[in-house]
Design a binder for this molecule. Structure first.
Ligand code: ATP
Ligand code: MG
Length: 137
């Protein structure tokens, strides 16, 4: 059993899509074992996405992630990291497979509705960024 960090991004909370998105995770066999709705400052978003600091879209990404509420959550299940990314679909909704969250809901490569950890190692770091062990049940 594995855990991964998921974020429902501001474009999706704004359009009231939290329930529809989480239904996709649950239907895929992932369980939400921690969850909170928060608003990040640009600085906090910058720290979370620090790995992308040299990428040209970094500033835009941090502004966007701070532009409204996000739902941060821990998903648990068999191969949760890979399964989450499969359910999310490709970064750019134009490339995302039918039935994926990004295909159905994302607006653009930037405003793409969800984040998911890309490795078990990063999942552990990202979960610890938002949650203490006591909050994961
Ligand atoms: P995430 O890390 O959010 O799950 P990802 O792993 O599919 O997405 P990354 O390459 O890690 O994609 O990029 C992180 C985020 O930065 C993307 O989800 C998207 O919001 C934004 N982003 C990526 N590429 C671009 C781009 N070319 N223009 C604008 N924003 C981008
Ligand atoms: Mg990523």
């Amino acid at each position: 059993i594995e855990r991964t960090l998921s974020i429902i991004k501001p474009d999706a909370t704004k359009r009231n899509l939290t329930g529809k998105i989480n239904a996709k995770f649950e239907e895929a066999g992932l369980r939400i074992v921690a969850q909170k709705r928060i608003r990040l400052t640009k600085e906090q978003a910058g720290k979370f996405y620090e790995v992308h600091k040299e990428r040209p879209f970094y500033d835009e990404l941090c502004e966007f992630m701070a532009s409204g509420p996000v739902v941060v959550q821990v998903l648990e299940g068999e191969n949760a990291v890979a399964k989450n990314r499969e359910v999310m679909g490709a970064t750019n909704p134009a490339d995302a497979a039918e039935g994926t969250i990004r295909k159905e809901f994302a607006l653009s490569v930037g405003e793409n509705s969800v984040h998911g950890s890309d490795s078990a190692e990063n999942a552990a770091k990202e979960i610890a960024f938002f949650f203490s062990d006591l909050e994961i049940v």
